[in-house]
Design a protein around this ligand. Structure first.
Ligand code: PLP
Length: 404
């Protein structure tokens, strides 16, 4: 029996057997079209009877290396690399659902997924229910005869709600409904949803997988037949392919995923502890804190608690925005998973498309800030947060004295 290699070795080498060119770094293959030794080989490849790349809208050789590596890391059969995380989400949903079908979606889902379901999906006759997936009975009650997928995100963006994947998978298996998980916040380093019973995994590879803030990309991992269908029947028709250049950057970025995740987690944990003890903070959301409502589930299914910390600043919108503006090191930005510490205000930035009542009901208050812990020295990040809180203090004292 071949001994299974460690996660970091797999990140760096992938399948050892794929060393045909001898190049230490995977080459960028810019070719759009590929030639075949016979007509039969070409016809069988396009029909899916033979493995292989044939036309650039359905994939390229560099992307194939990236796909093989992610499939290996997620313990899946096959993967499909696409042009963004949203391309991965739309490809999966459009491959599982058609006119008249229904999907159950965890209620605190990424803003872009919410927007897709609210605006595009209804145009194709697809209906959806947003459900509190921490409650198994709510999931069971939401299942209809035409439910064709359950879609979850764990931990969720931006409130870090942790869902019990094994528990939910038991329900979906019973009803023979595919379970789809957005694993962006964890990366395969910290959580392997297929091992926990999920059927399809999605990543915004823009985030931790690439990890350097210079590529927009997505990837889907599932069984071979599903991936083939998505590639041929959905992604190819929508034209969401990822370029060879971007695939090459992803392959490079991924080599350090294990190292980076270790540091992201350590920094996030220290930041969460600092925030939890700060008098200007009303609440901290981080799965590694014992105060987190799903702390036990997180410990059970995650290898690390991740790099994202959300927290509510006392004083609502005014305090939250003044705090963000007072930061000197951390950058106000929409993304996450980069080497730089990035902060953002979900209510007016990533989740602005949610109607106010939906936002408030799901806990995205005006004082909420999401922080993506970078790879800097943690003392510098905490020092930056601390000086921004001090400035809020000065401002409040000045305002009080003006009123008096
Ligand atoms: N899923 C999650 C959890 C995200 O945070 C994001 C983007 O922030 C996406 C999906 C969409 O990814 P992309 O921006 O690469 O399309």
């Amino acid at each position: 029996m071949v001994k299974q290699r460690g996660f970091d070795t797999t990140l760096i080498h992938g399948h050892l057997e794929n060393r045909s060119t001898g190049a230490v770094v995977q080459p960028i293959v810019p070719a759009v079209a590929y030639s075949f030794e016979s007509h039969e080989a070409a016809a069988e490849t396009v029909a899916g009877k033979r493995e292989g790349v044939y036309y650039g809208r359905y994939g390229n050789a560099t992307l194939q290396s990236f796909e093989e590596r992610v499939a290996l890391l997620e313990n899946g059969e096959a993967a499909l690399g696409v042009s963004s995380g949203m391309a991965a989400i739309s490809t999966v949903l459009l491959s599982l659902l058609q006119h008249g079908d229904h999907v159950i979606v965890t209620k605190d889902v990424y803003g872009g997924t919410y927007h897709f379901l609210k605006t595009l999906a209804p145009r194709f006759g697809i209906t959806f229910s947003f459900v509190d997936c921490t409650d198994f009975d709510s999931i069971r009650e939401a299942i209809q005869d035409n439910t064709k997928a359950v879609y979850i995100e764990t931990p969720s963006n931006p409130l870090l709600t942790v869902l019990d994947v094994e528990g939910i998978a038991k329900i979906t298996r019973q009803h023979q409904i595919p379970l789809v998980i957005d694993n962006t916040f964890m990366s395969p380093c910290l959580q392997k949803p297929l091992d926990l019973g999920a059927d399809i995994v999605i990543h915004s590879a823009t985030k931790y997988l690439n990890g350097h803030g210079d590529v927009v990309a997505g990837v889907i991992v599932a069984d071979r037949e599903r991936i083939r269908y998505m590639r041929q029947q959905v992604m190819g028709d929508l034209g969401q392919v990822l370029s060879a250049g971007d695939a090459s950057l992803l392959l490079r970025g991924m080599k350090t995923l294990g190292l980076r995740m270790e540091r992201h987690c350590a920094n996030a944990n220290a930041i969460a502890e600092f925030l939890e003890s700060h008098p200007q903070v009303a609440r901290v959301y981080y799965p590694g804190l014992p105060s987190h409502p799903q702390y036990e589930t997180a410990q059970k299914q995650m290898n690390g608690m991740g790099g994202i910390v959300s927290f509510e600043v006392k004083g609502g919108l005014e305090s939250a925005t003044a705090f963000l503006d007072a930061l000197k090191l951390s950058m106000i930005s929409f993304s996450l998973g980069d080497p730089e510490t990035l902060v953002q205000h979900p209510a007016t930035m990533t989740h602005f498309s949610l109607p106010e009542d939906v936002r408030k009901e799901s806990g995205i208050t005006d004082g909420l800030i999401r922080l993506s812990a970078g790879l800097e020295d943690v003392e510098d990040i905490i020092g930056d947060l601390s000086q921004a809180f001090d400035q809020l203090d000065v401002q409040t004292t000045r305002e009080r004295s003006e009123i008096a």
